[in-house]
Design a protein. Structure first.
Length: 128
């Protein structure tokens, strides 16, 4: 399905990420000892959720032939003690009625990455 390679050398805390032919860097902000050379790990997690949400909503609206011209997904990881959750705000552009907007918000709750995060997943770790 998806594969990513993450590699870190001796530079605190820059991580080279490779997914297929795409490369990017993750890092921690300077206040945490990094160089802020790329998004932090939780930012990448939110980016994946945001991308999946926007893509799924675009696909759904196109299939329904709805006049959705733009989707903005704003995400924030929020902590309250041990409780961690994502606040997701959707903004739709286009001449959509209230029923269409509500349906798009409902579909956002069932995107593949949303469901994976809500249901949890097993991580099997091996080493060499």
């Amino acid at each position: 399905m998806s594969e990513v390679r993450a590699q870190i050398g001796m530079v605190d805390y820059a991580v080279s990420l490779r997914s297929g032919r795409h490369s990017l860097v993750a890092d921690e902000p300077a206040k945490l000892g990094g160089q802020d050379a790329g998004p932090a790990p939780y930012d990448l997690l939110l980016a994946g959720l945001g991308a999946c949400t926007a893509i799924t909503l675009r696909m759904y609206a196109a299939r329904k032939e709805w006049p959705l011209t733009d989707v903005t997904v704003d995400l924030k990881l929020e902590r309250n003690g041990d409780n961690v959750h994502v606040a997701r705000a959707l903004t739709f552009q286009g001449t959509l009625d209230d029923k269409q907007r509500a349906r798009l918000a409902d579909i956002a709750e069932r995107t593949p990455v949303t469901l994976t995060l809500k249901n949890g997943l097993t991580i099997n770790t091996s080493y060499k």
